[in-house]
Design a protein around this ligand. Structure first.
Ligand code: 1HE
Length: 263
């Protein structure tokens, strides 16, 4: 399907509209999609207020790599205070993705390194191509993760694996990444975008309230104490069944007008 419109919130981030899907490309291949302040700001701005009618976004990288992580040239002269504000800029931007208005699907290929892996972990679904590899070379560079990686990655792959990656510079292959939960899907090289578009169509077809609950209630409930979790689930369940969208969808199934679940 040809893009309906190509806009660009910055020269570094290409945004194409395909119906309810926005296709975002990190567009700095000459620097291996290293994430500088302008690119982080553009990502945050897009997810803070996605265009009207966009119900899901895909985040991919141009060139041979998803992202080489933090643009190391951005931090060479920073003192501790500036470094903390820099990290906060990333946190704000990635919060707009992880706890934002629309689900995000990442398509990973080539290097998914440092801040690139932090960006991928802020997305909700990850599709990896076989060329993908994952590393956290912060230890080698003398720095620490600053884009939410220490919060999100241990929850994704476990503290022990992240500790190993950071201490020893361990690089996980695409197959290993799939086995430990870095990716949700593993496909051949070049097949990531097609699968992401298929998945995006499914996400966009969900009731908006369900997608809201998955992005905003589910992560809270998963980390809440059991009783608090059960109560939050009950509230969300009650609100969702009362929604007109749910009523129409439930009726459609009961009247034989909705798709059945196939294996
Ligand atoms: C960069 C960056 C970067 C490439 N910041 N400029 N991330 C890293 O430590 C990863 C560093 N990068 C690499 O290991 C390699 O570049 C790659 C394996 C990703 C790709 O290798 P290759 O041979 O295809 O490219 P290259 O020749 O190394 O790089 C091409 C250009 O991109 C070159 O610039 P040029 O002006 O000499 O052409 C590189 O300097 C530039 N480049 N990666 C700046 N990362 C919120 S805290 C997060 C903390 C982190 O992310 S730490 C991990 C940082």
């Amino acid at each position: 399907m040809p893009p309906e419109a190509e806009t660009s919130s910055s020269a570094l981030l290409s945004v194409e509209r395909r119906g309810a899907v926005a296709l975002l490309h990190l567009a700095r291949p000459e620097k291996r999609n290293a994430l500088n302040d302008a690119l982080i700001t553009a990502l945050g701005a897009f997810f803070a207020s996605p265009p009207e009618g966009v119900r899901v976004a895909i985040v991919a990288g141009r060139g041979a790599h998803f992202s080489a992580g933090l643009d190391l040239a951005d931090v060479t002269e920073k003192d501790a205070t500036a470094g903390m504000f820099h990290s906060r800029l990333w946190h704000q931007a990635f919060r707009h993705i992880a706890e934002g208005k629309i689900p995000a699907i990442a398509v990973l290929h080539g290097a998914v390194i440092g801040g690139g892996l932090e960006l991928a972990s802020a997305c909700h679904v990850r599709v990896a191509e076989r060329s993908a590899y994952y590393a956290l070379p912060e230890g080698q560079r003398g720095i620490f993760v600053g884009g939410g990686g220490s919060v999100r990655l241990p929850r994704l792959i476990g503290l022990s694996r992240m500790t190993d990656m950071m201490l020893t510079g361990r690089v996980f292959s695409a197959e290993e990444g799939q086995a430990i939960g870095l990716s949700n899907y593993l496909v051949d090289n070049g097949a990531g975008l097609a699968l992401a578009l298929d998945l995006a169509a499914k996400v966009a077809a969900n009731a908006p309230l369900t997608n809201f609950a998955v992005l905003h209630a589910l992560p809270r409930i998963a980390e809440a104490d059991r009783e608090g979790g059960f109560l939050a689930e009950t509230l969300m369940a009650g609100i969702s069944v009362a929604d007109q969208e749910a009523k129409a969808r439930l009726r459609a199934f009961l009247e034989g007008r909705a798709a059945k679940i196939a294996p």
